[in-house]
Design a protein around this ligand. Structure first.
Ligand code: F6P
Length: 534
């Protein structure tokens, strides 16, 4: 099954009728899954059973099963950095995993025990602030993978965990974010948790400096009791004044965007409690086992990935919208943007050859709000965007009616995208409402929905820590499988480096005037900015 065969299949699939495909009961069964507490419905994908068979054959032919074994065996699949990819070891601590031939699980267990003991000690007040009072708030400083995962987990689970400890997050170097994060915090009862794998990230180090100045202005120069670091660079944290017993390590085999399961999640463990985090890890572990062991055709991660690849590469849909129908998951699109676009937004394959396509743009916002914003585009733009809907069956018992209406909305959107509304049906509706013939002729085309727009559905009974963990693990594994389908290395991120280098040059130019390395547009802009700031 060559790539070109699949592209040709995609061209005819684009012409097939999704409403007709949905009538195929056997297909419905093959595209519906129950795994690790979650229900997945991929039957609104624009593909037939024969297309699915062709995709599964392709997955076999490119060696997906071997790639999956290599991942779990801790081989150095991140070839450009010569690293294994072993975030799964963090949520299955009892199992013995290896990374590049070294046993790692004893260290995982020790790391988990240390993080949990620390979280417990902060929660009970046995580790206290410099004047002996208990910590009431955490300022979590970090960016990218050192921020997005913990921020998402905290927003998703804090409302049900009922925390006494507040977490504020500061990622952006733009001063507004730290200023907002500090509003209402008392330095005397604030713990600063600085997360940086490299401990060289400009935004994080600048925010740390500013936050420590804020802290020291109240508690005095010895702020070490208020500082915790999570980093793979212990010598740098030591040089910055962090006590060695307040530094939790960040293993080389954990990528930033896969790191929320490590001590990177410590702020959540302190605020939400070790039990909540353990439950989330258990849900993720259940998804890991499912992904690792199920045959390709029965594996929801594999099917979701094949459809994701099919949508982008064979149907040429350039983006995917992610719409969680829960305010608590409003940060999910941002988290997935880093997870997927930093992983699979690549231009060459593992052999260094150009690829024609790689991962799509991922974007979205929470429903139902998004319905009143960009759903117009999803329904009627000539550009088709596959949508991933995430819905929660039971939520706030005191607002069961509104939860039901939320669910009605998400189902309605999936149906509307599938079936649309034909010109004939619009005409009939307008006629029944008493519209005149010339009105119908003028207005009806504007009210047509072409339909045939693919979507997928993830349903959880509740937004429990376990279900949430399972869903996040699903997303991580899907990113890996899709990367394999595009043939790229999903675990490096060289594309973020160039801008960092240029920014440090331009920072000098803003201070001293434009250097001859700048292009004419930058020179003019630097001069304007210097004049405005003079
Ligand atoms: O700039 C991208 C990136 O390297 C991400 O991959 C990473 O998650 C983030 O920066 C933060 O890096 P660090 O944890 O080293 O501060």
């Amino acid at each position: 099954m060559t790539h070109n065969d699949l592209i040709a299949r995609g061209q005819s699939a684009a012409l097939t009728s999704l409403p007709t495909l949905l009538l195929d009961q056997a297909r419905h069964k093959r595209l519906n899954f129950q795994a690790a507490g979650l229900s997945f419905d991929f039957s609104r994908g624009l593909l037939s059973q024969a297309d699915l068979d062709a995709l599964l054959l392709h997955a076999q032919e490119i060696g997906l099963e071997q790639a999956r074994s290599d991942l779990f065996a801790g081989k150095a699949i991140n070839v450009t950095e010569d690293r294994a990819v072993m975030h799964m070891a963090l949520r299955q601590p009892e199992r013995e995993f290896m990374a590049k031939g070294d046993a790692i699980s004893a260290a995982v267990r020790a790391g988990r025990a240390a993080a949990t003991a620390f979280a417990h000690a902060i929660r009970t007040g046995s580790i206290a602030a410099s004047d002996g009072r208990p910590f009431k708030s955490i300022l979590h400083i970090g960016i990218g993978g050192s921020d997005l995962g913990p921020r998402l987990v905290y927003e998703a689970l804090a409302p049900t965990a009922g925390s006494d400890i507040t977490v504020r997050f500061a990622a952006n170097i733009e001063p507004g974010e730290l200023a907002a994060a500090l509003v209402g915090l008392d330095p005397r009862e604030t713990l600063i948790l600085c997360v940086s794998k490299t401990f060289t990230t400009l935004e994080t180090l600048e925010n740390l400096t500013a936050a420590r100045a804020w802290l020291q202005a109240t508690i005095g120069p010895d702020d070490s009791a208020h500082l915790v670091a999570i980093s793979a660079a212990p010598e740098k944290t030591k040089a910055a004044g962090f006590r060695p017993d307040r530094v939790f390590d960040f293993k080389e085999w954990v990528g930033g965007r896969f790191s929320l399961w490590s001590a990177v999640g410590l702020s959540c463990e302190i605020a939400l409690g070790p039990e909540v985090v353990a439950e989330m890890h258990a849900g993720a572990a259940a998804m890991d086992i499912m992904f690792e062991t199920l045959p390709l055709a029965e594996n929801p991660v594999v099917i979701a990935s094949l459809i994701g690849w099919w949508n982008r590469t064979c149907l040429n849909f350039k983006s995917r919208a992610v719409i969680p129908y829960a305010k608590r998951l409003r940060l999910l699109p941002q988290f997935l943007q880093q997870l997927e676009m930093e992983s699979n937004g690549k231009s060459v394959d593992l052999g260094g050859h150009n690829v024609a396509t790689s991962g799509p743009v991922v974007w979205g916002a929470e429903g139902t709000n998004a319905q009143h914003a960009f759903f117009q585009h999803l329904h009627q733009s000539p550009d088709v965007t596959p949508v991933e809907f995430i819905a929660i069956a039971q939520d706030d018992e005191n607002a069961a009616g509104r939860t039901r209406m939320t669910l009605a909305n998400v189902l309605a959107q999936a149906e509307a995208l599938t079936h649309g509304k034909s010109l004939e049906s619009v005409r009939q509706t307008m006629q029944a409402a008493g519209a005149r013939a010339e009105q119908i002729a003028a207005i009806a085309p504007h009210r047509v929905f072409k339909g045939n727009r693919p979507s997928s559905f993830v349903l959880m009974d509740r937004l429990s820590p376990a279900n949430f963990g399972a869903y996040l693990a699903f997303c991580e594994h899907r990113t890996f499988v899709e990367g394999k389908l595009w043939g790229v290395n999903s675990f490096d991120q060289w594309g973020v480096e160039l801008g960092k280098v240029i920014a440090s040059e331009i920072d000098m130019d803003l201070q001293n005037g434009p250097s001859d390395r700048r292009d004419p547009s930058s020179v003019a802009m630097i001069e304007k900015i210097r004049a405005l700031r003079a």
